[in-house]
Design a protein around this ligand. Sequence first.
Ligand SMILES: NC(=O)c1ccc[n+]([C@@H]2O[C@H](COP(=O)([O-])OP(=O)(O)OC[C@H]3O[C@@H](n4cnc5c(N)ncnc54)[C@H](OP(=O)(O)O)[C@@H]3O)[C@@H](O)[C@H]2O)c1
Length: 361
Amino acid sequence: MTSSDFIVARDDFEQCKTIATELPAVDALPQDALLVKVDRFALTANNITYAVLGDELKYWQLFPAPQGFGNIPVWGFGEAIASTHPNVPVGERLFGYFPMATHLIIEATDVSKRSLRDGAAHRQGVAPVYNAYARVGGDPTYAGRQGDYQALLRPLFMLSFLVDDVLAENDDFGARTVLLSSASSKTAFGLAHLLHARGRKVIGLTSAGNTGFVTSLGCYDEVVTYDRATSMPADAPVAFVDMAGNSALRAGLHRHFGDQMKCSVRVGLTHRATDADEGELPGAKPRWFFAPDQIRKRAKEWGPGGIEQRFGAAWSGFAPTLDKRLTVVESRGPEAVRQVYLDTLKGRIPPEQGHMLSLLG
Ligand SMILES: NC(=O)c1ccc[n+]([C@@H]2O[C@H](COP(=O)([O-])OP(=O)(O)OC[C@H]3O[C@@H](n4cnc5c(N)ncnc54)[C@H](OP(=O)(O)O)[C@@H]3O)[C@@H](O)[C@H]2O)c1
């Protein structure tokens, strides 16, 4: 039996291919192992960022690939088709971090009623969220279209939730207006939804072709194209949350707003345009947002289940808006996956689309 694995060259993401990898025979699986068929996963710009940061943040080590190549992690669903773990039956449905592949072997550990972990040695040393799996069989919120929304948005919305939390906790650093770049991205509009709900003015910065979509979302008070970003009035304090990671844009905004730039949070790299030397910028110093830090802090302050309960409430307010905001597009098979991957890499996916993929034919 083989797995089909979609791999990309680490030094040139346009070079990609599907390869066959030998799987052990079912009766040769080690103790406590699961052979999981990966049947559905989401692909967005966030996954491209995992590749960009593959070495730095150890994403490449999670799902080994041949020398010089990497397997990009994706959020999705799998089903155990063989199990040597006494408490995880064949047919168990799992939601979590998978390779772009048809199969994954998980060394099941910390098995509880609702979750388990992959204890494989090469998957340790990363944030715990990257080797945890939710046991979602029979849970309607992880089935059908709701399941697609979970894969496409839940991990991104966690980031939106945490950034909103930091801003709220700090009284938005004195700003009443928040600027978001790559406003059409799912991470950005999740954050815009939360900021808007607590009465902040939200300005979405986006490319000309995406202004219609960003306006239609209804959670941005203003939509401004990148070429007009430094024509905005700069007489009141602002906070900037940067999903685009475009250093020229960031430097331009800092110089334009000067001391009115009260907070500048780096979150994403959708534009992959980070080489310009910014030098010292006026206003608050841009700093990377590291989600695990805020999770650790809140876990301590809010106690067991505190984050999940608050995040769950936020998700319940957000998920019902998605039918109007997103169109799920499904594609199956290696060639279709390759095409969607290349379109995602090149920024050719219309923002209203959410792509659910499978390498199974
Ligand atoms: N730090 C964290 O923990 C964390 C967590 C979640 C997400 N993020 C980051 O947030 C960013 C957004 O991710 P997402 O999955 O929400 O994105 P998405 O929904 O797939 O966003 C797509 C948008 O990104 C911009 N874009 C994508 N590819 C591009 C390209 N090649 N060239 C120029 N623009 C491009 C375009 O927006 P515009 O035209 O509006 O610019 C496009 O509409 C990612 O960089 C992701 O890694 C970080």
